[in-house]
Design a protein around this ligand. Sequence first.
Ligand code: RIB
Ligand code: CA
Length: 308
Amino acid sequence: MARQILIDCDPGTDDAIALFMALGDPRLDVRLVTVAGGNVGLAHTLRNARALVGLSGKAVPVVAGAERPLMGSFQDAAHVHGEDGLGGVRLPEGPAAAAGIAADAIREALRAAGPAGLTLVGIGPATNLALALATEPGLLANVAEIVLMTGAWAEGNVTPAAEFNAWSDPEALAVVLGCGRPVTLVTLELSAQALATPARIEALSRGGSGACREAACGILAATPPSRRLGGAGSPQHDSCAIAWLLAPEAFTRREVFVEVDCGTGPGRGQTVVDRWERLGRKANATLLDTLDAEVFFALLDRSLSRLP
Ligand code: RIB
Ligand code: CA
């Protein structure tokens, strides 16, 4: 029985890779893709999500959501993802977005899934997830697990303290962290282990053919290498959340207490992750510590082999 998931995203170059990894593996049943503004504005992230799902050939509804965070103003990451959000890689226009609003669609998907029936994968600012969970708390029982690419326990990538998704909407992240359902965290320290180097991109490109593989390799090649990681390659943040669902044995983990700074100072958006139980607070998340990168890239290659 395939695991039912929804993906809330802001494509985004690494979101694109995550969507392909998920849509190409029959062990995941992607029920819904919801979109927020994030890496680039909602007009681009929505167009990109439609195009990526369309290229995969999968009949998955794509629903638009939040253009901006719960508090504060919207700021993009176009300097990383390009003005269009996919590093300049042009894709055919995908099917029209499904009607409605992401937060409502998420609640409908939860209602339809039944008890512990749906895994929420959040790989952008958590605004849509927070709006859905806060609007109808009674549906929390239908959440099997929430897997978030968010946060960092060492240093940020948008400020010294904060990772982009957490920084984009810390209040939304606080709502999701406090919802009482199992939360699994992919932080920057984990995603740094899934580094798309030129050699790995070349190997993926040689691994087969098809429009999705061509698009994925083009997007990977267009993503600037991370200065923070010495320029060796681009960390594949979002697809680590998908890889966790497909190959948990490739990860190590620990239970932690985590809190997000919702203040207005230089620490705004910082995720304070208590990896050594120093605060004596009850753990509220599973932190993914290590990842076998060979398993990760094999998963990506296999998903791309199954896509058109
Ligand atoms: O900090 C990395 C995260 O922010 C990724 O999800 C990337 O796509 C951006 O949304
Ligand atoms: Ca993202």
